[in-house]
Design a protein around this ligand. Structure first.
Ligand code: PLP
Length: 379
């Protein structure tokens, strides 16, 4: 099988599994317990926190371990907006974009519905780029947060984080980057962001562990209340094994970043070129150059993307119609619609995402795509 859905989830790396095992065995303590077993777990957790912070260029105290990036995004968005509401005694304004992950868009919807926060969803250009000048024009006197995806999960487009950060820094508004898809491909330190969300299962750690790294100066109201763990920003006993695995996975992803990008980018380019040669009306989506090295996405006129996926799987290729969360729904991708693609064309989309260790002959994958699209078109 050729697995081309790393943007959804990838395998846990062997080294990561190995590093986690003691914490699923003898070293089972609760990091909040005041005895040696608990202190052992707390030590491992704090070591993991330091290592994550080092990769991100942030302080250990900035790192909040969460259950994943959905929770990290909820905490960043609701946490900052509700803290501002409490400080000012009135709901403020938040800015995001039309092409964010559901966990961002739904958090913003929640703020509007429940707290009366106002929200602006910035438009993007046909390649999925957010124009920093448009961001600057959207800021209001009471804007309390800007949340933008560093790299898009459906089309792979990469934003100019530094240019966006220059806009928000000038106005002293915290910038949150959903960096889930960027991790392992793009630099995570020096982005200028005040907060970053990450997910373990996109970088070789397990599902169910993630991080919100948020600079100490950004006031944050917790979303989960309880025992006050994670400096009262995220109550709940920590996933120590997950945090240990996450730290190692992030270090490895960072160490391999340049080599992986240099190897996988050309593989992906060869794949895209061959698909375009073989498949009539195969249109790549996303930015042609400002994109993640491992992601390719297309619309294929006249077919259902879901039908192509089934044909591909029969030929041993596993991919996705876009976001795993939206997969299986009949709705066209909101991301593609926001690029200006007609809803009926958006239904024809297929995304291929390579991992760091992507093997597989791009020619063979492209041939399977061509045969699959032809099979669906001939029905
Ligand atoms: N943000 C982006 C860009 C994603 O691709 C994902 C992936 O599912 C998430 C957030 C949510 O992460 P998690 O699955 O860890 O909740």
């Amino acid at each position: 099988m050729l697995y081309l859905d790393h943007a959804a989830s990838g395998p846990v790396r062997a080294e990561v599994r190995e590093a986690m095992l003691p914490f699923l065995g003898d070293r089972f303590g609760n990091p909040s317990s005041h005895h040696t077993v608990g202190e052992d777990a707390a030590g491992a957790l704090e070591d993991a926190r330091r290592r994550v912070a080092a990769v991100l260029g942030m302080r250990p105290g900035d790192v909040v371990f969460t259950s994943g990036a959905t929770e990290a995004n909820n905490l960043a968005i609701k946490g900052v907006a509700v803290a501002a509401l409490l400080r000012h005694g009135r709901p403020g304004h938040v800015v995001t974009t039309a092409i964010e992950h559901e966990s961002v868009l739904a958090s913003v919807d929640h703020l509007e519905r429940v707290h009366g926060v106002r929200a602006t969803r910035l438009p993007v250009d046909p390649h999925g780029i957010v124009d920093p000048a448009v961001l600057a024009g959207a800021l209001q006197d009471d804007t309390v947060l800007v949340s933008v995806g560093y790299a898009n999960n459906e089309i792979g487009t990469v934003q100019d984080a530094a240019a966006l950060a220059a806009v928000t820094a000038g106005s002293r508004i915290p910038l949150h980057l959903d960096a889930v898809q960027a991790a392992g491909w793009l630099p995570l330190s020096g982005t200028g962001a005040d907060a970053l969300s990450l997910a373990g299962h996109k970088i070789g750690a397990p599902q169910g562990i993630g991080v919100l790294a948020v600079r100490g100066r950004v006031p944050l109201e917790p979303v989960l209340h309880g025992g006050g763990q994670e400096r009262d920003r995220r109550s709940g006993t920590q996933n120590v094994a997950g945090a240990v695995g996450f730290a190692l996975a992030l270090e490895l992803a960072e160490r391999e970043r340049d080599a992986a990008s240099a190897r996988v980018g050309p593989l992906r380019d060869a794949f895209v070129a061959r698909v375009q040669t073989l498949v009539p009306e195969a249109v790549p989506t996303g930015h042609p150059t400002r994109r993640l090295p491992g992601t390719a996405s297309f619309t294929f006129a006249g077919v259902s993307g879901e039908a192509v996926l089934l044909e591909l799987e029969r030929r041993g290729v596993v991919s996705s119609s876009g976001s795993a969360c939206a997969a299986g729904s009949d709705e066209p991708s909101q991301v593609l619609v926001a690029l200006g693609i007609a809803p009926e064309v958006a239904q024809t989309s297929v995304r291929f995402s390579f991992g760091h260790h992507a093997a597989g002959d791009p020619t063979r994958i492209a041939d399977a795509v061509a045969a699959s699209v032809a099979a669906v078109r001939s029905r």
